[in-house]
Each structure stands twice: as C-alpha cells, then as structure tokens.
Design a protein around this ligand. Structure first.
Ligand code: ASP
Length: 326
C-alpha cells in the first residue's frame, strides 16, 4: 500500500472515530431542554403559560403543574374540567384529580363534589394525610376541613345540556365531540425535577360514582424522576385497562423515546380493543410524555387530539400523530 493510500485510510478511520466520539459526547453532555411543560388539548396553552411563570423563575415543577391546571379548573367555559364541567346522569358534577411529585409522593381525589379545585385537594391529600386517595363524601369532608369552600359547580349551560340529554338518556361517549376531556400536565423544572397533575369532570352523563383514569396514579398520570412522566386523556376505562401512563414511563425506562413509548402504549390499547371486539372508531385515547432530557412525544388513537408545549422557544399547540388513518 502506498503511503498516500495508507494516510487516507487512517485519516478516514480517525474521522469515523471522531464522529462516534462526538455522537456519544452529545448524547451525554448536551444540556437537557429544561424547563419545559406539556399539557393536553387546546386549553393546555393557557395552562402552560400559567405554569411557565413558575418554571421560568426556577420554581418547582410541582407548583407549576398545580397552578397551571387550576386555571382550567376555574374556567366555566371549559366544560370537561372543574367548575362548569358537565354533570353525571343525576345532574351532579363530580371531579377526579391526581398529582405526583419528583419523590413519588402522590395524592388523589375521586368523585369529589362542590369543590372548584380538586387538584389542590389532591395535593393536600398528598401533603397532609397518611393516605394517597380519598373519594366521595370523605374527600369532600377532608377538603372542607382544610378550608376549601363548597360551591355549586353546575353552571346554567351544563344544566341545560344535561336536561336536554335526559330526553334520550343515551350514554354515548363519542370521539372528539368534546363531552369529555382532561387537562393532564407534566413538567421538568430547572433543577431537573419532574412532576405532573391531571384533573377532569370525566365523561359527561356518566353513572353517579363512575371514576375514570384521571385520578388513578399509573393510569391517568405517572412520574418517575429517574426516567420521565406521562399523562393521558380519552376513554379512561381503556387507559386503566393497560395502566397506561405507567406503561409509557416503563417503555421510556427501557430506552424508548417519549414518542415511541406513547406510540407503543396506544398500539397496546388498540390491540386490546380489537381482541375485545370493541369498535375502535368510537374510542379516543391520547398520551403525552416527557423524559429527563426534556424530550417529549405524544400519540393518540385517532385524529383530533392536540397538546401544548412550552419551553424556552415559546408556547405552541401541536396536533398529535395518530394510529387510525382514514
Ligand atoms: N380520561 C377522562 C375520563 O375517562 C376523560 C377524557 O380525558 O376524555 O374520565
């Protein structure tokens, strides 16, 4: 081999080694995209903006997610969360919520009546009791003991819709017709800690006492500060069946990106629906996920789901990629 060929071959090898080294270095050293906050649906934009006020000031992700979703809970025009949420078939607004921090502290309330901010009651369960979940009257009694004020959550608009529904009394929780939706929010703060919050009035005209995925840790929300966080929206019964957000986080632990993890979880649900001979067209499920590097992803069963992301580059609404085409 001539010296020139030898030199070219060696310098090619050196260049490849350098490229490999740079890739490894970038993977290890590139600074995480933090802070960052993600939330489900269009109302996630205003919720993210509220959370960002805390995150941008080096605040804690836990405070950011609580304050962020509270904005939607208080808005009577958002008819699937908190005050103004659609009632159950008995005309009663019942709320579900949960919260999880970077130390695996959890708190949850289900079927809570008359309290505008179930997420804050969930946080109080987490911080002030030995328990992780309170339901129904017990949750209300606890909230009142903590100084929360009881109020009527059924707005005239929601009452009117319920009375209209009573004429047929047919429970048809359809896809994308906005008679349900949840705000799930997950955030990574500037200290590199993850937290999440999830709150909803659940399926409109559900049976009294029905609880969905949203207040269930591992179904509607899961956070593992070593790995990542995920939250869910859509038909809660299907999310519970696969412990959806725990599944997404475990898939990230195995090395999947947030996007791939959400896709695999939605595919798992899809397979189950097929096996159970359920009409998949009637169902919607959406997951959003975030990892420790601030990488995020989202996926849903069918078109129509969107989510909001706020990082240093701004706050944007993104259409979720989906499985069922056409
Ligand atoms: N997951 C919620 C529930 O099942 C509803 C939704 O997010 O659409 O109660």
């Amino acid at each position: 081999m001539t010296n020139r060929r030898k030199f070219l071959r060696l310098s090619g090898l050196a260049a490849s080694l350098l490229a490999i080294k740079c890739t490894v270095k970038n993977n290890i050293d590139s600074p995480p995209n933090q802070p960052i906050v993600l939330s489900t649906w269009k109302f996630g934009i205003q919720a993210n903006a509220e959370a960002w006020k805390i995150l941008a000031n080096q605040g804690r992700a836990l405070d950011a997610v609580e304050k962020g979703v509270m904005l939607v809970e208080a808005d009577p025009n958002e008819r699937s969360v908190g005050y103004g949420g659609r009632p159950d078939r008995d005309g009663i607004v019942t709320l579900d919520a949960c919260i999880m921090d970077e130390n695996a502290n959890i708190g949850s309330v289900a079927c809570l009546e008359n309290i505008k901010h179930p997420i804050s009651v969930a946080r109080a369960v987490m911080e002030k009791t030995h328990h992780v979940m309170l339901v129904g009257k017990g949750a209300l009694d606890f909230a009142l003991s903590q100084g929360f004020v009881a109020e009527n959550l059924l707005t005239p608009e929601s009452e009117k819709e319920w009375k209209e529904w009573l004429k047929t009394s047919q429970y048809l929780p359809k896809v994308n017709i906005e008679n349900h939706d949840t705000i799930g929010m997950i955030a990574l703060d500037s200290q590199g800690n993850l937290s999440g919050a999830c709150t909803t009035s659940g399926m409109a005209f559900k049976m009294h006492g029905r609880v969905g995925d949203s207040p269930i840790i591992g179904a509607g929300l899961f956070v593992d500060n070593e790995v990542g966080a995920a939250t869910a929206t859509g038909h809660g019964e299907e999310v519970i069946r696969v412990a959806g957000t725990h599944l997404v986080v475990e898939l990230m632990r195995q090395g999947k990106s947030p996007q791939m993890a959400c896709e695999e979880a939605v595919k798992r649900i899809h397979q189950q629906l097929i096996r159970r001979k359920v009409d998949v067209k009637e169902k919607q499920i959406g997951f959003i996920a975030l990892n420790k590097k601030g990488e995020y992803g989202a996926y849903c069963l069918q078109e129509g789901f969107n989510f909001a992301v706020h990082d240093r580059s701004g706050n944007q609404l993104i259409d979720g990629k989906y499985l069922l085409k056409g």
